[in-house]
Design a protein around this ligand. Structure first.
Ligand SMILES: C[S@@+](CC[C@H](N)C(=O)[O-])C[C@H]1O[C@@H](n2cnc3c(N)ncnc32)[C@H](O)[C@@H]1O
Length: 265
């Protein structure tokens, strides 16, 4: 098997690699991602990137935590962009390590725009996103012939200081799609109400998969009618919410048992 970063990536100085760390388990990063870390001189990493991955970096590599953990000083997005530019301009090989896939709810757009404007070359190494990992761990196919031919990756988190999500949940209800809700635990009741108002049945199946792929993984099954009750345990975060008939179809309980997942109905 051969794998390599594109020409120069791993050796060229002053380049930023935005690397997907995968969903949590340290062996779910890609080979290309590992190779990028092995050549890194500076790494900026988030909460959701497993810190064990930093062991791939050479000992002298500078490691900078830029997570936005609740209750601690948060690195603002502007600050992260400035740091990336500053470190790349020192001529070092910089890795920006992000949870899951950097292109999915990863604010990668702002970072790419800042790097591009600063004239700094960049490259993206994709990763396994939380929805794929959650579905796999719970034995829930995100699409299934005859059951769901559409899936939607959607955020339940308001942006830019808003109090409600920018998503038209009633319109989404009409798609009869598998909904993969990122960052939705704190507003699940509201989201479920909107989906039911838009026509999704009260007994539409819901799976809440927290800490997917980690030893603390947990799967909870219910319906839209359960609302916040399904997601109100702050210990069970981060969590991905899967909504749709694929949850029921999957015989998830059995699959989760075989996979060793803790499961509640
Ligand atoms: C800011 S988004 C980042 C998503 C990431 N870029 C990805 O592709 O998975 C963070 C959200 O992803 C979901 N998430 C990330 N890791 C997870 C995990 N191991 N288990 C369940 N959900 C996870 C949660 O919904 C969490 O609130």
């Amino acid at each position: 098997m051969t794998f390599s970063l594109s020409a120069e990536s791993s050796t060229a100085p002053g380049r930023v690699l935005l690397v997907g760390a995968g969903p949590g388990a340290p062996d779910l990063i890609t080979l290309r991602g590992v190779q990028a870390l092995q050549h890194a001189q500076v790494v900026l990493y988030d909460d959701l990137a497993n810190a064990a991955l930093l062991e791939h970096c050479p000992a002298p590599a500078e490691r900078i935590y830029v997570g936005k953990r609740l209750g601690s000083h948060s690195a603002t997005q502007d600050h992260i962009c400035d740091l990336l530019i500053e470190k790349a301009r020192t001529g070092r090989r910089v890795v920006r390590l992000k949870g899951g896939d950097p292109m999915i709810f990863g604010r990668v757009g702002e970072e790419l725009a800042a790097l591009t404007e600063a004239g700094i070359p960049w490259e993206i190494v994709p990763g396994v996103t939380a929805a794929s990992a959650a579905g796999a761990m719970a034995g829930i196919p995100l699409t299934q012939r005859g059951v769901s031919s559409t899936m939607v990756f959607v955020t339940g988190h308001p942006c830019g200081g808003q109090t409600t999500t920018p998503v038209d949940w009633r319109a989404l209800a009409g798609l009869q799609a598998t909904l993969c809700v990122y960052m939705g635990t704190q507003r699940f009741g509201e989201i479920a109400d909107e989906l039911m108002a838009g026509g999704r049945r009260r007994d539409t199946a819901v799976a809440v998969i927290s800490n997917a792929t980690l030893s603390s993984q947990h799967v909870r099954i219910g319906t839209l009618a359960d609302g916040d009750e399904l997601t109100n345990d702050p210990q069970r975060r981060p969590a991905l919410i899967l909504i749709g008939e694929v949850v029921r179809w999957s015989e998830m309980l059995k699959a989760a048992e075989l996979a060793g997942a803790a499961c509640e109905v």
